[in-house]
Design a protein around this ligand. Structure first.
Ligand code: DLL
Length: 436
């Protein structure tokens, strides 16, 4: 454990700490002088919060508030106290900016150090960080976590697989921080090329949804490369709340993640009504940052679906656990770490006069890297059809910021849906028939 005192704190003591941090937070935000916070917390008094359930009397926060207050309208400290910003990779319009004070950056690092230790990391390790560095929170978030742990960080960032593989072998990394899909890609390449000398033992993998079968493939592939065991552990987080390190899986209790609830307080609610679900039921994860200074969030609707998981774990951590993420409340897709909204794709297609309006968006998950394909009907043929496809590819790349494949077909090719809500987005999994 990186911080045994906090991570294995008695649950009643932690509840008292959470309540006192919540009251301090509300007091601090009310006194911040910010228009956003005085509106948001109008009428809320720290003294009225006598139990953690009273948090429910405070309003939710939605993603739209970040957009409406862009870039820094939610700041709760003087701007000169901010030491860093990150931005989320949303596809529509401006990105979401998140700001950190020196203390926020220290907590961010400490929580990522906890996550690394959950996966089995120790200060003697070399840890290869292949999340993107830059505005994205993944690279720098895990990087500072590695340093806080006292381990050695290799800031590889994404791309350049041959270099990544030779660094993994030459520097003897024990840990790999990457998206699950990139981790599998690297392992499969190492197998195909017969790379030797890699001694990876664990992965801290997240930023996108991934399944148990994918975990098995990742663990088996790295074991094939190294000849030893490999623990693929999940890590969860989101920019609006902090970045990675909100929750993490331990190598000896896989299947659910510890949510570091001395700093981030979780609720799970029904997505429509916002009413808390019964314990153990699935719903939308709602998070309150108890200690963030620069840009806290109160009851942030993450859009991520999970449930609380009870029960003891062999490691003795006492944090509340959540099941691995089970999907999103809205229909956002995450393609290579970029958030893609089908509605954005739809806008481009509906704007194009050369198309009939019958289309499908296919999320092709048959291979390691997710691919998005648009299949649309058009009356155009020959060169006109080819030119239209090229134009759509460019417009889609501009709009959603990931490459989208375009297949144009004759009118009447796509099945007509007679009943129920229109289904436009189809997932194509390995073994499935082509979804059109
Ligand atoms: O993806 C932060 C992160 C970086 C997490 C590195 C883990 C590792 P955003 O770009 O703001 O931040 O995207 C946040 O990604 O609301 C989830 O929908 C999804 N997500 C993140 N981690 C997981 C995970 C980072 N382990 C959004 N499983 C979140 C499933 C995840 N989905």
């Amino acid at each position: 454990m990186f911080d045994p005192e906090s991570e294995s704190q008695d649950r009643d003591e932690r509840a008292a700490l959470q309540l006192s941090r919540l009251r301090q937070l509300v007091g601090r935000l009310r006194a911040s002088g910010s228009d956003y916070w005085s509106d948001k917390l109008a009428g809320a008094e720290p003294d009225d919060l006598t139990s953690l359930d009273d948090l429910r009397s405070l309003p939710f926060t939605g993603k739209a508030e970040f957009r409406d207050t862009y870039p820094l309208g939610m700041l709760a400290v003087p701007r000169e106290d901010v030491v860093r910003v990150h931005a989320s990779s949303g596809t529509s319009g401006k990105p979401t900016i998140v700001a950190y004070t020196a203390n926020d950056v220290a907590v961010f690092a400490a929580l990522n150090a906890r996550a690394l230790a959950c996966a089995g990391a120790s200060s003697a390790d070399t840890i290869h960080v292949a999340y993107g560095y830059g505005l994205f929170t993944g690279g720098l978030g895990l990087h500072f976590g590695v340093e806080a742990l006292g381990a050695m960080a290799v800031p590889a960032s994404g791309g350049n697989q041959p270099l990544q593989l030779s660094l993994l072998a030459d520097l003897g990394a024990r840990g790999l921080c990457a998206t699950p899909s990139f981790s599998l890609l690297l392992a499969e390449r190492a197998i195909a090329e017969g790379t030797t000398g890699i001694d990876l033992r664990y992965g801290v993998l997240g930023a996108e949804p991934w399944s148990e079968p994918l975990r098995e493939r990742i663990e088996a592939s790295w074991s094939e490369v190294t000849g030893g065991p490999f623990d693929a552990c999940d890590i969860y987080g989101l920019s609006e709340v902090m970045g990675p390190g909100v929750a993490a899986e331990a190598h000896d209790s896989k299947g659910a993640m510890f949510l570091f609830d001395d700093h981030v307080y979780p609720e799970i609610v029904e997505p429509g009504s916002g009413v808390p679900v019964r314990d153990g039921e699935r719903g939308e994860l709602v998070l309150t940052t108890l200690t963030r200074e620069a840009q806290p969030v109160i009851r942030y609707r993450t859009g991520d679906v999970t449930r609380f998981v009870d029960g003891e774990t062999p490691c003795g951590r006492t944090h509340r656990r959540i099941a691995r993420l089970q999907g999103r409340v809205d229909d956002m897709l995450i393609v290579r770490g970029v958030n893609v909204f089908p509605r954005e794709i739809e806008t481009v297609l509906l704007d194009e006069p050369g198309l009939t309006g019958a289309y499908r968006i296919v999320v092709d998950r048959r291979e390691t890297l997710v691919r998005v394909e648009v299949v649309a009907e058009t009356g155009a043929d020959g060169e006109d059809r080819a030119a239209l496809a090229d134009r759509l590819r460019d417009l889609l790349r501009e709009r959603v910021r990931v490459g989208v494949d375009v297949t144009l077909v004759d009118p009447g090719t796509l099945p007509v849906q007679e009943t129920g809500k229109a289904q436009r987005v189809f997932t194509w999994d390995a073994g499935d028939a082509r979804p059109w």
